[in-house]
Design a protein around this ligand. Structure first.
Ligand SMILES: [Zn+2]
Ligand SMILES: [Zn+2]
Length: 281
């Protein structure tokens, strides 16, 4: 064995912070205890540039040249995979190590003017089940409250909410009430064609500048740090409860996105002021 100039083993670090132990010699290198991510890109690059075979543990061997198959031990020959050099990438190796189903592409959601990001707020989540209202597999399901005498427990797709089909079919609304006066068509849009949200008490939609506000999501003290205007709004509401100021500040500090009391954050569609109210059981 000619000297390689390589140490017996060393630690490889890559730009995403991933690491691997490497040891070997001029005939082969072993990457041990490697992190997911870019490490495999480095392994793939090395194999592309040297024409080396890649032997992931308990997986078929990856070759970049059909002629190399005959150099393999017989037991590995039949199963070996030949990839064009350009196709030998970190993700190709990753796929072999832990095959993942291709993520399903989901259609774009309908536009909800009063609830612009219902996936981010958790009111709409991916689902492969057919919608209970339209019977179609839309790729998404609404997970918020449905207020109706004979409403299904769940399973309505966001398209049936946006197009008013679910509201009509079940005589349903998706939020409890609206604070302040807004035109009738706005009331209808918010109650009947907008995904609602789960609150500790009956959910209330906030309004500003004569229009319904956009719901941005649940918020705790930490999330509200970025929205001093929303905190002012909460402070004003607490003052209406005639709480002493130190109790109000304690209350604001105890707001929690995942546990009560929780704040509900909105933004005015006209002037962009942030608004919030809070509740608890
Ligand atoms: Zn539907
Ligand atoms: Zn406004």
């Amino acid at each position: 064995m000619p000297p390689t100039g390589l140490p017996d083993s060393w630690d490889l670090e890559v730009e995403d912070g991933g690491e691997s132990e490497v040891y070997g010699d001029a005939l082969g290198l072993t990457f041990n205890r490697f992190s997911p991510g870019r490490i495999l890109d480095r392994v793939a690059e090395l194999a592309r540039r040297t024409g080396a075979a890649v032997l992931p543990l308990e997986c078929p061997v990856i070759l970049t040249n059909q002629a190399d198959r005959r150099h393999l031990p017989k037991t590995l020959r039949a199963e070996a995979i030949v990839l064009a050099p350009a196709a030998l990438t970190g993700s190709a190796i990753q796929l072999l190590i832990s095959p993942q189903p291709e993520p399903r592409r989901r259609p774009a959601l309908p536009r909800f003017p009063y609830h612009p990001s219902p996936v981010a707020t958790g009111s709409v989540t991916p689902s492969d089940a057919p919608c209970v209202c339209c019977g179609q597999e839309r790729g998404w399901v609404y997970t918020g409250p449905v207020r109706a005498a004979d409403a299904p427990d769940g399973g309505i797709c966001p398209y049936c909410i946006a197009f008013g089909k679910a509201a009509e079919r079940y005589d349903a609304t998706f939020t409890e009430g609206i604070e302040g006066d807004v035109p009738k068509d706005v009331v209808t849009a918010i109650l009947r064609r907008t995904p609602g949200f789960v609150a500790w008490q009956s959910p209330t939609w906030l309004t500003h500048c004569g229009d319904g506000a956009e719901f941005l999501g649940l918020a705790g003290a930490k999330e509200l740090e970025r929205y001093p205007d929303a905190v002012d709004d909460l402070r004003r509401r607490c003052a209406e409860w005639t709480w002493p100021p130190d109790e109000v500040e304690d209350f604001l500090g105890s707001l929690d996105k995942d546990d009560q009391p929780t704040a509900y954050l909105f933004r005015c569609r006209a002037c962009a002021t942030h608004l919030a109210y809070a509740d608890f059981t």
